[in-house]
Each structure stands twice: as structure tokens, then as C-alpha cells.
Design a binder for this molecule. Sequence first.
Ligand SMILES: Nc1ncnc2c1ncn2[C@@H]1O[C@H](COP(=O)(O)OP(=O)(O)O)[C@@H](O)[C@H]1O
Ligand SMILES: [Mg+2]
Length: 198
Amino acid sequence: MNKKGVFIVIEGLDGSGKTTQAKLLVAKLRRYKAVYTAEPSKGKIGKFIRRRVLYGAKRFPTAVEALLFAADRLEHIQNEVLPALAEGCVVVSDRYIYSSLAYQGSAGLSLEWIEAVNRHALKPDFALFIDVDPKDVEARLKRRKSVMENIETQLKVRQIYQSFIEKGELVKVDGNKPKELVAEEVLKQVLAFLKRRL
Ligand SMILES: Nc1ncnc2c1ncn2[C@@H]1O[C@H](COP(=O)(O)OP(=O)(O)O)[C@@H](O)[C@H]1O
Ligand SMILES: [Mg+2]
């Protein structure tokens, strides 16, 4: 695999500011040729997930949801992440495998099984978790909520994210502050990572 770039992922609850922060980070990392990507991806499976899984009338079995996200992830990597990495870009992904672990894990699937079906997914070089109080996240979400957003779910989801922070796989950033301050902290963490890596 011809990988020269850096693969960064931004995780968090819905409404925690992932999209805001991922885009601000890409703008601030212009000199590293940074690119923004997101999951669900722009591909066919990603579109299906957005239309039918997140905002569909009827839920699929959780294992089916997990398999769809895993399949979309492989398309995302193949079509968007690897080509950008091959060009030496810093790829910033708005959600990645930790979202599958946190959301489908909170819905009752074993984390081992979710990891197994994601075994072919590229490991991120650096993963950030934007932590916002689940109650505040509710207030921020003015738009229609997906099927995965209610306070009980959010609390369980956050607990799983927390376990990956404890394992050192995710780096926590306080997302309760104003956007600009969160963005400064995100940039600080990413630049420190890039410096360590060089
Ligand atoms: N630090 C912040 N403080 C208050 N509101 C924020 C903050 N960051 C983002 N928002 C707002 O909260 C909403 C959700 O942000 P968004 O970036 O779309 O979150 P996500 O992608 O995690 O769902 C948007 O209306 C956004 O403008
Ligand atoms: Mg978003």
C-alpha cells in the first residue's frame, strides 16, 4: 500500500461539533494539503445508509446496520482516503470505526464482532473525540434527529467512546467551549501529533 499521508479521524456524539471542527481543521492545515471526508461516505452504500438506515421508517437489525457501515467504510477508504493519502494529504474523516463501535456496540453488538467485520479498515494514525455533555448536544440539534439520537443512547454511546479514551486510542478534546476555542485545541493536538510523527 502506497501510503504517504496522514489519516486523522474526528469522533463524537451527534451535534458535538465534528463537522464544524473537521472542516475548520482542514482549513487550518491547508499547507499540509488537508482534505475533508465523512462517513457515511458519498458512495452508493453511504447514500443508502443516510436515506434508509439513519432516517428510514423502519430499523434494520443492528448487525445489518453494522455490516452496512463496515461495507461503506471499505468503499470510503478505497475511493476517498487511499487516493488522498497516496498524494501525501492529511485526510480528516468526520466519523470512522469508533462510531460503529460506539453506536452499534451501544445497541448490543459485541465490540469484538464489530472489530472483526472492520478488520480490513485502515487504522487511523490519530483519532480525536470531541466531548460534549449529552444534554447540551440535544439542544444543539435543531435539525431532525436520526434514529440513533435519544439521551439514553447518547449516554451509552459516550461510555463506549470513553473506554477508547482510557485505552489511549482516542484523544479527548473538550467540546463544550465556543467553536473557535475547541478548534484551537484540536489544532494543537493535531500539530503535536504531526510533530511527534516527523
Ligand atoms: N462549540 C460549539 N458551541 C456551540 N455550538 C456549536 C459548537 N460547535 C458546533 N456547534 C453547533 O452545533 C450544531 C452541530 O454541530 P456539527 O458540527 O454539525 O456537529 P456534528 O457534526 O458533530 O453533528 C451546529 O448548529 C453547530 O453550528
Ligand atoms: Mg456532522
